[in-house]
Design a protein around this ligand. Structure first.
Ligand SMILES: Nc1nc2c(ncn2[C@@H]2O[C@H](COP(=O)(O)OP(=O)(O)OP(=O)(O)O)[C@@H](O)[C@H]2O)c(=O)[nH]1
Ligand SMILES: [Mg+2]
Length: 304
């Protein structure tokens, strides 16, 4: 026996994987108790792997939220997102495979295959149980899942309504290897505040513009000034075509104002300070098909 303080700590990397829109980012945020990763009703909201660290007592779970994976990918952006998600599977202690409670689609099937190939233990999370009309439908679904994939555990949850998340957390904790903490216990993420700023603005663009701007928006943070007890943040929303600019701006600037107000509120909560957010809209042609632009906006699918 030594006095090594780290000896009875447990720490492990847990990748959250699943098809787009099943609630991976919502799950991570609610497990962390802090809104780190952006979410929306539209698929392909998450574009990069995001680390979220949950430390409780002697346990540290390092979550990796990943972009949703499609079976077949068409655009350069799709390919990058897919690469990022699949690469994450290669470096973890446990995979949390998220599916929706009422359906198992071909895309889920395909991901199950990839996960199986990886050889890592899998914990299946059946999400959105708050949406189930008949609770008795859950049992047959669980049985069907068991026959499809080999898993160490199955936990039905509602990420959004925080149902059964304590059960899930305990299940995860019990599977962490004995290991010193990988992050300081007060650290939430490996991402910079600037990254979260850009993502928060992008979430509002996604949510407020709905179907009108399919995947064509990226956000850059141009400058951050600390002014007394306030942060002045200057950001640009990039679109692909001139015709998309007025869509983002809205009538008499109504949309951009809404995007700004909602993003500021979230950022004030995340950064715990007053925020003044200035937004611009600019055009960068064809950026979703251009590898250099994708890199610039952090969608490279490369090692980092
Ligand atoms: N009813 C219900 N909705 C949920 C639940 N969890 C997530 N959602 C909703 O599902 C949608 C997608 O959630 P996200 O967390 O963005 O999904 P994701 O899997 O991260 O999606 P990508 O990043 O695009 O792969 C959002 O509208 C969420 O509010 C849940 O437990 N119940
Ligand atoms: Mg996501």
């Amino acid at each position: 026996m030594t006095d090594n303080h780290d000896q009875d700590t447990h720490c492990g990397f847990v990748a959250i994987v699943g098809r787009p829109n099943v609630g991976k980012s919502t799950l991570m945020n609610h497990l962390l108790g802090k809104k780190l990763s952006i979410t929306s009703r539209r698929p392909q909201t998450t574009r990069e792997r995001i680390v979220g660290v949950k430390t409780e007592g002697k346990h540290q779970i390092v979550f990796l939220d990943t972009p949703g994976v499609y079976a077949s990918s068409q655009s350069e952006m799709d390919r990058c997102l897919q690469k990022t998600a699949l690469k994450t599977i290669g470096m973890v202690d446990l995979i949390v495979f998220v599916v929706e409670c009422d359906r198992f689609k071909p895309a889920d099937e395909w991901i199950a295959e990839q996960i199986k190939k990886s050889g890592f233990p899998v914990l299946l999370v059946i999400n959105k149980i708050d949406k189930m009309d008949k609770k008795e439908d859950l049992l047959p679904f669980i049985e069907a899942m068991k026959s499809r994939i080999d898993v160490v555990d199955i936990v039905p949850v509602s990420a959004l309504k925080s149902i059964q998340l304590d059960t899930l957390l305990e299940a995860l904790k019990s599977r962490l290897p004995s290991h010193p903490f990988c992050f300081p216990s007060d650290q939430l993420t490996d991402r910079s505040d600037v990254f979260v700023m850009a993502e928060t603005v992008r979430e509002k663009v996604f949510r407020i513009l709905g179907q009108e701007l399919p995947y064509a928006a990226a956000v850059s943070i141009d400058k951050v000034d600390e002014v007394k007890k306030r942060l002045d943040i200057y950001a640009t929303i990039w679109v692909e075509k001139e015709s998309q600019k007025p869509i983002v701006i809205g009538q008499q600037g109504s949309r951009i104002k809404k995007i700004g107000t909602q993003a500021r509120t979230d950022l004030e909560s995340y950064l715990d300070t007053h925020v003044n957010l200035q937004l611009w809209v600019k055009v960068k042609r064809g950026w979703t098909q251009d590898p250099a632009s994708l890199r610039q906006f952090g969608i490279s699918g490369s090692d980092d």
